[in-house]
Design a binder for this molecule. Structure first.
Ligand code: SF4
Length: 397
């Protein structure tokens, strides 16, 4: 998904105004994960307690005979205030290993042209994944998180979709993206305002970790985030959309529609063959009945594929009786899909005009971070390619 923002917004202002294991280890420490924010140590001989596992943390607390307030304070400092990890761990006994981070910050790229920062993380399996921080002029910030390494949905326009799927992220790996981004922003005296699941992966292909992550994000004892400041974006799994709305009615949903023509949609989104437009329409209506919230419809503008006035009119028909906000997304070219081109700005404006004239709330998102390959998956693909070249050279072949 692209990390972008829009100049004008409705209910989704907050999202689109733009768009280590750390172990407290006092003996035999082997440094493996390091980031600028915290020292990260891990001993392969020890079995650390995982910070995002409530049962393990409770066992540690009992074993160490800690007052519950010590753990409460630790969670408040890390998850609500985003204080530096090492500072927060000083209240724990020296012989306890508490593993806070499951990701290592591998690279950080700051845009020279706008307020975007791409964070490239490596997990314990040495897989790379991306998160993007968007800072807007008003001071608000949005974090775009990944839910998978790669993606099986294989959308034709998406760099992540070209990778295939490596594996689902764990809830701890999703939450650590939030924690480390929050810590980075705290060093700038900024708050993290919004969290969007628009990074690598289809969130509804990883529902166990998604539900756990959203539960912890909204838990007042943990991250204490408002559901209204979280958005989950899907390419369209109808039953999962409805199930999620029932579980988290206060969390926003976005549907990447990209075409209201079944054949055209199938040509760019393979999953559309399994989930036809009619079933998506029913799902959006049900989600609205359950949550009472307006959905975001995302529409990627692809030249001569889905960007004509006739396409806009087809979209209007499909939107009948739905309460949504349409977000038109300029396309960032993907090298592996040279047949897809971006629609020009005048054509996007004309498309938007058709929707607005019909009374549809419509915004045009504009990209941030184009100089840091901020579109989903681009940087990981570039990095993987470079590493393959480097290892090829190193092997002398
Ligand atoms: S579902 Fe999202 S991440 Fe997956 S291939 Fe499609 S656009 Fe890319």
């Amino acid at each position: 998904m692209v990390t972008t923002r829009s100049p004008e917004q409705g209910d989704f202002d907050s999202f689109f105004q733009l768009s280590a294991i750390v172990t407290r280890q006092h003996a035999r420490a082997t440094a493996i994960f390091h980031s600028p924010h915290t020292a990260r140590f891990w001993s392969p001989m020890s079995s650390p307690v995982h910070f995002f596992d409530a049962d393990e943390v409770e066992q540690l607390r009992r074993r160490a005979r800690l007052d519950p307030q010590v753990i409460r304070q630790l969670r408040n400092d890390l998850l609500k205030k985003f204080r530096p990890t090492d500072e927060c761990l000083t209240g724990l006994p020296a012989d306890e290993d508490l593993s806070v981070h499951s990701l290592k910050l591998y690279r950080q790229l700051n845009s020279q042209t706008d307020g975007a920062t791409k964070l490239l993380f490596r997990n314990a399996d040495q897989l790379l994944l991306e998160s993007v921080i968007l800072r807007i002029a008003t001071g608000r910030t949005t974090l775009c998180v990944s839910s998978q390494v790669g993606c099986a949905a294989a959308c034709d326009f998406c760099a992540t979709g070209k990778m295939g799927i490596a594996r689902n992220l764990t809830a701890a790996e999703i939450l650590d993206q939030v924690l480390q981004a929050g810590q980075l922003l705290a060093t700038e005296s900024r708050r993290l305002n919004n969290i969007v699941f628009m990074g690598m992966g289809e969130p509804f292909h990883n529902t166990v970790a998604l539900y756990e992550a959203v539960q912890q994000l909204t838990d007042p004892r943990l991250f204490d985030r408002s559901g209204g400041n979280i958005l989950v974006s899907t390419v369209g799994l109808p039953d999962e959309m409805v199930r999620f709305a029932r579980a988290f009615p206060n969390v926003n949903l976005a549907l990447s529609l990209h075409s209201a023509d079944q054949k055209k949609r199938e040509s760019i989104i393979p999953l559309a063959r399994t989930y036809p437009l009619k079933s998506l329409h029913n799902a959006v209506r049900q989600v609205q009945q359950i949550s009472g919230r307006e959905l975001m419809i995302e529409y990627l503008m692809l030249q001569d594929i889905n960007d004509s006035v006739a396409d806009a009119e087809r979209l209007l028909d499909w939107l009948t009786d739905l309460s949504v906000h349409v977000n038109l997304i300029p396309y960032n070219a993907v090298e592996e899909s040279p047949h897809l081109q971006a629609t020009g700005r005048p054509q996007i404006e004309a498309f938007a005009r058709v929707l607005r004239d019909a009374g549809r709330k419509t915004t045009i998102r504009y990209s941030l971070g184009s100089d840091i390959e901020a579109a989903c998956g681009q940087l990981v693909r570039m990095e993987n390619r470079q590493q393959a070249i480097d290892s090829h050279r190193a092997s002398g072949s």
